[in-house]
Write a protein that binds this ligand. Structure first.
Ligand code: BGP
Length: 479
């Protein structure tokens, strides 16, 4: 029997600005670091740039109408800092902010609750050029300037705010998520320094929401994967705990307890990787309390013991760029602490992401037990190669199976008492992947374009569109 979802449960889906909007240089917007990174991805790998993406900037009314047709109660999206402040700070770009006013009004007119993310990987390029972006502490002050403006602007219209998207993933894949000049790329301490700056920015945003938004609720959106031990050997269980501490708790403890997980910090200090913390930083972090945790869940992870002295070196997560199973370029390794590895018990997507619905139930139970705060799913989904039939259909039964199993798992966690506010899978419509172009698709709506040719970005409903429409219509009773 299906779980009974509360009547006000927020069914919806997610996107992010640079991955969906396009109009990268239109109406006063200037480049973000993602415009530059994706331009490089196009040159080196042939993946689409962010210049047009899904052209949501010009199709937003049609897109909101499609969301309405599916029955969305919520839509999670991000604001492009460089559209509102093209130079990062200074004068507001009126046309840029107007786009978000229009979008939010369109959502509200359709009874769709906006869930706004302040930052989703797309720092204004002007700030990278000026001082190195997130590498420099100055960014925290500039973020406050931007965040204060946005939160104040939408204080009467937006209740749910998420601060920074996926800090833990930024640490793993830092050159894809932040523009890092070549000469810094071997300095792994900077990954944790950037993250520390983000912790300060996150805390400031939490305080701003509490100060400015009557009844506003705020939390980070964390990319989260539970870590299982490869075997039941004690050494593997220890490795999984170490991996959990450095990859997950290191972020969660900041958000909910206001300190860095000790075991993780000791490990970082031992290896010269710990961030520099200035007087007053930890007090600020403590003051930035979160009301909920937004979770982006795609896969679970697996770890095994990695004794020191085996000739292995510290390395971070590899990527599969081809979409051919097994092409992943390696796993995160911290000799003496843990080594990540493939879980032999799980199937994977074409990009080597494990498929593990039970992992969602497990992490919801685990996190609610540890932190006792409401949770939101702000991403979850299956990246796949879709095929458009001659008569304009997409039969994505694999996506339906993935989402169905994950909703069931979420329902089981809720039956066990976990408070979940929203389910917003990735993604509302097809969009640009962070590292695989547009051929890796996630949407309920097919956007007709390729990596080489944006065509007209025609919207077509996939089979999953009608399936999700029925899920929402029955409030999760018919999966
Ligand atoms: C998350 C990001 C999204 C997103 C998604 C899928 O990490 O928050 O921006 O794109 O993962 O990842 P990808 O696009 O690499 O398949």
């Amino acid at each position: 029997m299906s779980h009974l979802f509360p009547n006000d449960f927020l069914w919806g889906a997610s996107t992010s600005a640079y991955q969906v909007e396009g109009a990268a240089y239109e109406d006063g917007k200037k480049a973000s670091q993602q415009d530059i990174i994706n331009q490089e991805n196009y040159t080196t790998r042939g993946f689409a740039t962010a210049e047009i993406a899904s052209d949501h900037y010009h199709h937003y009314k049609e897109d909101v109408a499609l969301m309405k047709e599916m029955g969305f109660k919520a839509y999670r999206f991000s604001i492009a800092w460089s559209r509102v402040f093209p130079d990062g700070i200074g004068a507001v770009n009126e046309k840029g902010i107007q786009f978000y006013r229009n979008l939010i009004d369109e959502l509200l007119a359709n009874q769709i609750e906006p869930i706004v993310t302040l930052y989703h990987y797309d720092l204004p390029w002007a700030l990278v050029e000026k001082y190195g972006g997130w590498l420099n502490r100055q960014v925290v002050t500039d973020f406050e300037y931007y965040a204060r403006y946005i939160i104040n602007e939408f204080r009467d219209k937006v209740k749910y705010w998420t601060t920074i998207n996926e800090q833990s993933i930024i640490v793993q894949y830092w050159t894809a998520k932040c523009y890092i000049p070549e000469e810094y790329r071997t300095n792994n301490q900077l990954r944790y320094q950037i993250n520390h700056h983000m912790n300060l920015a996150h805390a400031i945003a939490c305080k701003l929401v509490h100060e400015l938004v009557p009844g506003g609720l705020v939390g980070a959106a964390l990319g989260y994967a539970p870590v299982y031990p490869l075997t039941s050997k004690a050494a593997d269980a220890m490795a999984a705990l170490n991996a959990h501490d450095l990859r997950n708790a290191y972020y969660l403890d900041i958000y909910f307890k206001g300190f860095y997980t000790k075991s993780a910090m000791r490990y970082l200090e031992k290896h010269g990787l710990a961030p520099e913390i200035q007087p007053g930083d930890m007090e600020l972090i403590k003051e930035g309390t979160s009301d909920f945790l937004a979770l982006n869940y795609y896969y679970s992870d697996c770890a095994k013991s990695c004794p020191e002295g085996d000739g292995k070196e510290i390395r971070y997560s590899g990527v599969n760029y081809s979409g051919k199973k097994g092409d992943i370029s390696g796993f995160e390794t911290h000799p003496g602490f843990y080594e990540m590895c493939k879980n032999p018990n799980l199937e994977t997507s074409d990009w080597d992401w494990s498929i593990d619905p039970t992992g969602l139930e497990y992490l919801l139970r685990d996190l609610y037990g540890r932190y006792n705060k409401p949770l939101m799913i702000t991403e979850n989904g299956l990246g796949a190669f879709d095929t458009l039939t001659e008569d304009g259909q997409v039969h994505d039964d694999y996506r339906i199976a993935y989402l169905k199993a994950h909703i069931e798992a979420m329902g089981k966690a809720m039956d066990a008492g976990v408070e979940v506010l929203a389910y917003c899978p990735w993604s509302a419509i097809d969009l640009l992947s962070t590292s695989n172009g547009v051929k890796k698709r996630y949407g309920f709506v097919y956007v007709d374009r390729t990596d080489d040719d944006p065509k007209e970005c025609r919207r077509l409903r996939k089979d999953s569109f009608y399936w999700y429409q029925n899920v929402i219509r029955t409030n999760g009773q018919q999966l």
